[in-house]
Design a protein around this ligand. Sequence first.
Ligand code: GLY
Ligand code: MN
Ligand code: MN
Length: 487
Amino acid sequence: MAEELTPETPEETEDQPIKQRKNGLYQGVSDELAENMKSGWADTELRGLAPIAQAEHTAARRAALSARFPGERLVVPAGNLKTRSNDTEYSFRASTEYAYLTGDQTQDGVLVLEPVKGGGHQATIYLLPRSNRENGEFWLDGQGELWVGRRNSLSEAEQLLGIPAEDVRELPGALKDATGPVRVVRGHDAGIEAALTDKVTAERDEELRVYLSEARLVKDAFEVSELQKACDATARGFEDVVRVLDKAEATSERYIEGTFFLRARVEGNDIGYGSICAAGPHATTLHWVRNDGPVRSGDLLLLDAGVETNELYTADVTRTLPINGRYTELQRKIYDAVYEAQEAGIAAVKPGAAYRDFHDAAQRVLAEKLVEWGLVEGPVERVLDLGLQRRWTLHGTGHMLGMDVHDCAAARTEAYVDTTLEPGMCLTVEPGLYFQADDLTVPEEYRGIGVRIEDDILVTEDGNRNLSDSLPRRADEVEAWMAGLKG
Ligand code: GLY
Ligand code: MN
Ligand code: MN
């Protein structure tokens, strides 16, 4: 910490009143300094701004929402900063619902759709305006632009987003005074929810959340291009990891996590979920995110990671790689079985197919292999009926993908798992086989081997497109790809 930022607690005196405590720093502000700080600043207002690339799409999404809830006020908050420790916060990630409907990602922002006479809604986005320089807020307040950076003015936000903008500090009062039915997306902004507490019900708010989850089941053209971008950046992140496997061997799984994170931050907003960098037996732990284990030649690395784009769409990709570049015979046998299951799963992704088909197709292949290897007693139908394969397949074969890695999670069963696939849906196909290190029911050499292969599959008019197919999947292709990168 720089010398001048060392916290100090000066005595308050008449000519040096303490005006503000900021980040543990007491600031004495003379009247002369306060006056001086008011002026001498250039006008930086931006004019004639072009709308953001997805402005037409967000307008269409708001129009669909408006049609679903006529005559009701709808409140969709971006959310607030969350404390990490003391006065430091986690990096902010706007709520999916808010970003989906506005294209904006500003902390504390709120979208309100207010019903208008004659039908439809008027959308307003509530944001913190540029800092006031007259009252010293811009340099004395913790949210002042001098501390946190320049914000868009309300006028700039309007031009960019295509939505009229108002001062968010006025919103709680306005909501308290509002009459008529209201719904709010819960879980993001406690202050906004408190202002609405006597106006909303959990059941009605849940209907809004469910609608916004189901609305995202079919992706528009902008969303598809974002998902492709996410997959392409993710593929480059996997290449980065292969290039540094020797450094990971010298350190730990953390080297892999950090390497992928660098790609995510340079090409996108972040990682879309905690990277699973699971070497050796850690591959059998489905959500291994501690990533603090050794990386050893001869073992497999299960890497499940995804770049989230700057517009908040994430990839979700897994490759299981031989750390030294060559699968052993047994590793390859298990890998090939998972590959075959994934091929069967991907082939079942097409318009008109039942959502469950790809899972059933992949599970059947895995059950057949487990019976063939003598790990479970057949026939295969019996294994599938009793679900006995699940001791080693563990999880569902995939899920919807989009702004959330497990996208559309609030959708009703009939709209998601019991639905048929439509063009524009995007889902992962990710079968796996996992033999726990302490599983006494399998031969010793299987123990500690985990394999998953995961790709992001877009349903198209005539079948599907694998958005992540720039990464090889077949065992021999994986080996050749690794050899090329390690060169
Ligand atoms: N990375 C989480 C999942 O594959 O579902
Ligand atoms: Mn995954
Ligand atoms: Mn997944």
